[in-house]
Design a protein around this ligand. Structure first.
Ligand SMILES: [Fe+2]
Ligand SMILES: [Fe+2]
Length: 223
């Protein structure tokens, strides 16, 4: 199915507000795809269809997911709104004829994120969070970071989502935590390398004695 036909079908399937949001996510995602040299055709389809599972009313998500034989985890059982991502993959495949696994991954993880997301999935996740109608504290900062460093923006996006869920006493999906931890681990390793380089330099040039500190079961050499 051509993109234009998908767009027409989506327009008939979603409430106007949700359709307008989908178009805004599509436009935001395309702008990011240009900056980060992603496959624009794939990004366009994934972003446009990311909420196609919303043609089911949220109150019916659980019933529909069971009817289709989809896997439902404990967090989704408690917050069935999350199931629109899995339902979206089903509709993308069976109604819009999408087979490309990367496009489907963007739809599947646009709400929770996960560890090991593709560039396309990162773009769709952030476009959904940052499209122009989104309004939450820090959104303008995130929009700026999105233009400069996609992974940093994803990291801050996860943190923003987790804080929001904590404030609302809502459940946090393990995929979101895994996504956050993956990047946090990378940043922690990088800052550790920076510290080691700085320590080695000081030790060599200033003959500073080493102090070993044991943190979280690992040995961190600090200046
Ligand atoms: Fe969504
Ligand atoms: Fe959305």
């Amino acid at each position: 199915m051509k993109l234009e036909a998908m767009r027409e079908l989506l327009k008939k399937s979603l409430p106007t507000k949700r359709f307008n949001h989908s178009v805004a996510v599509y436009e935001t995602a395309l702008a990011l795809a240009k900056i980060y040299d992603a496959d624009e055709k794939k990004v366009a389809i994934s972003a446009l269809l990311h909420d196609c599972g919303r043609e089911i009313a949220s109150r019916d998500n659980l019933m529909k997911a069971k009817e289709l034989g989809l896997q439902i985890d404990d967090v989704e059982k408690n917050q069935p709104i999350l199931l629109h991502a899995k339902l979206g993959v089903y509709y993308a495949q069976h109604k819009y004829g999408v087979e490309d696994p990367e496009i489907l991954e963007g739809i599947r993880y646009h709400t929770t994120g996960k560890a090991g997301m593709s560039k396309l999935a990162k773009i769709v996740y952030l476009a959904d969070m940052l499209e122009p109608a989104r309004d939450f504290p820090g959104v303008d900062h995130l929009r700026q970071v999105a233009k400069e460093d996609l992974e940093r923006c994803l990291f801050e996006g996860f943190a923003t989502t987790i804080k929001y869920l904590l404030d609302g006493e809502l459940l946090i999906h393990p995929d979101c935590i895994a996504g956050y931890n993956e990047i946090a681990t990378k940043y922690k390793k990088l800052s550790l390398i920076d510290r080691r380089i700085s320590w080695k330099w000081k030790h060599k040039h200033q003959n500073i004695q080493s102090n070993a500190a044991y943190v979280s079961g690992g040995c961190y050499y600090l200046p």
